[in-house]
Write a protein that binds this ligand. Structure first.
Ligand SMILES: Nc1ncnc2c1ncn2[C@@H]1O[C@H](COP(=O)(O)OP(=O)(O)OP(=O)(O)O)[C@@H](O)[C@H]1O
Ligand SMILES: [Mg+2]
Length: 268
């Protein structure tokens, strides 16, 4: 079945970020990672290294394991074999270490997951105050800066339901940033949004990428991948089938599965 006999286990760009122009240190390292859900082998021998400042877009058909891959990186899912390290440290099992990991590895999902009964400002200050023991006044001034950065500063006193989807998603990004993560994971952050709101969220993500944030982004937004990604990782059936720089991947995919997939999404 497989048309990718070569193991693809290292960054073709050598970890060279578009913005830095030099290789950063390896921040996320997955080695020989396997995971099953029952009989289903959802992650197969995943080898993936993400360097500091690198922006990696993960694409692939539905069910190929993209979300599961992200979820293992901040240990929302456990793995059966293989290792995952963040900045040289193995993922903690539980307790305080796990809370610290979640702070270091920010995650933004398709649905906005804001606390409905807290204001926008409170949503952003909660983590720093509870997990980082930041003083309230300091957490608030930092939160205001971040809300400004994502373009929703004037909404700080409102509740999530009073904001548009695009605004809520930008707040979710600000909330993750408030924890000063080393890496940010985005799992289809724009796919629940009305079309006119997609760009406002992508613009914030491009700004983050340009600012040097290390990012793993599951998305089918080709424009974003072309503009912001250093590397596209293509997954199918739980495997990394191929990876390349965006232009190379989109114009010259190597495997039949990638060709087939691109043919489908580009005609829609
Ligand atoms: N908690 C779970 N229990 C059982 N099976 C699961 C669970 N989560 C995911 N799966 C299965 O694992 C496979 C990979 O799922 P995953 O959500 O990682 O795919 P995906 O690439 O993110 O797909 P999509 O593009 O639809 O979001 C799918 O077949 C899915 O049905
Ligand atoms: Mg998914």
């Amino acid at each position: 079945m497989t048309d990718s006999p070569e193991p693809v286990d290292d960054a073709p760009t050598g970890g060279l970020s578009k913005r830095r122009g030099r290789p950063g240190r390896p921040l996320v390292v997955m080695k020989d990672v396997n995971k099953h859900f029952g009989d289903l082998h959802v992650l197969r021998e995943i080898n993936l290294t993400i360097h500091e400042g690198e922006v990696v877009v993960v694409i692939g058909p539905s069910g190929s394991g993209k979300s599961t891959l992200c979820r293992t990186i901040n240990r929302l899912e456990t793995v059966e074999s293989g290792t995952i390290t963040i900045d040289g440290q193995p993922l903690p099992e539980e307790g305080k270490g796990l809370a610290k990991l979640r702070a270091e590895v920010g995650m933004v999902f398709q649905s906005f997951n804001l606390f409905a009964h807290k204001t926008i400002l409170e949503n952003v200050t909660l983590g720093p105050i509870k997990v980082r023991n930041t003083k309230k006044s300091q957490a608030e001034s930092r939160a205001k800066e971040l809300l400004e950065r994502v373009g929703v500063a004037h909404q700080a006193a409102k509740y999530p339901a009073q904001l548009s989807g695009g605004q809520q998603q930008r707040v979710a990004i600000a909330r993750s940033l408030a924890m000063e993560p080393k890496v940010m994971l985005f799992d289809e952050p724009t796919s629940a949004l009305d079309p006119e709101m997609i760009n406002e969220v992508l613009d914030v993500m491009i700004d983050l990428a340009d600012g040097g944030m290390t990012m793993v982004v599951v998305t089918h937004e080709m424009g974003f991948a072309r503009r912001a990604a250093d590397r596209v990782v293509f997954m199918a059936d739980g495997e990394i089938v191929e990876q390349a720089e965006p232009e190379e991947f989109f114009t010259n995919p190597q495997s039949n599965r990638a060709k087939d997939f691109l043919g489908k999404i580009l005609t829609h």
